[in-house]
Write a protein that binds this ligand. Sequence first.
Ligand SMILES: O=c1nc[nH]c2c1ncn2[C@H]1C[C@H](O)[C@@H](COP(=O)(O)OP(=O)(O)OP(=O)(O)O)O1
Ligand SMILES: [Mg+2]
Length: 198
Amino acid sequence: MKQVIIATKNKGKAKDFEAIFNPYGYEVLTLHDVANDMDVEETGTTFEENAILKAEALAERLQTFVLADDSGLAIDALNGAPGVYSARYAGVEKSDEANMQKVLNELEGVEDEKRTARFCCAIALAGPNMQTKTTFGTCEGVIAHEKKGTNGFGYDPIFFVPTLGKMMAELQPSEKAAISHRGNAIKKIEAELPNLLK
Ligand SMILES: O=c1nc[nH]c2c1ncn2[C@H]1C[C@H](O)[C@@H](COP(=O)(O)OP(=O)(O)OP(=O)(O)O)O1
Ligand SMILES: [Mg+2]
């Protein structure tokens, strides 16, 4: 089977990528498979910068073509927070539960019309003898008042998708892939992928 290597340690993100790439006949490999000891510091101030840092570090190490994803949730009522800092919003230990609780606390008393938000995803493609490319996708939604649904990862249980009338965490992997920030970013470079992924 053809393979695509993603420079991530997030298993939920890897599952999202499987739903995106398996239909094209690609198996998804992650850092857990190819470089378990690797830990790239996300020092950038934009999603693109961090995606490039993660992709180039792994491409350099493996001398092969890889993708990386840096993503997060931008909430309008919080001036775009947690944004690039989504993974560490409630502290350094990276707890989805604590992060969601912090969002719900920050939005306490904020009315529905003002709870608009979007997921953002920058994907970087890096490899030997090529200029790193980036692509970006978003997905619009509304922050709910409580958690609902058990699919997906991260902030999915508090992210309502108005076009589907469901929480992101209530979607099947293929349904999420069709509308997600991650799926939308990949759609923009779909045509180039067969040349880059061998
Ligand atoms: O589809 C999504 N559904 C729910 N939450 C999401 C999604 N996409 C990103 N997010 C949240 C999770 C995490 O709090 C942050 C990503 O942070 P980000 O640094 O890109 O990923 P990470 O540190 O978990 O894994 P890694 O850097 O190894 O790829 O945004
Ligand atoms: Mg990260």
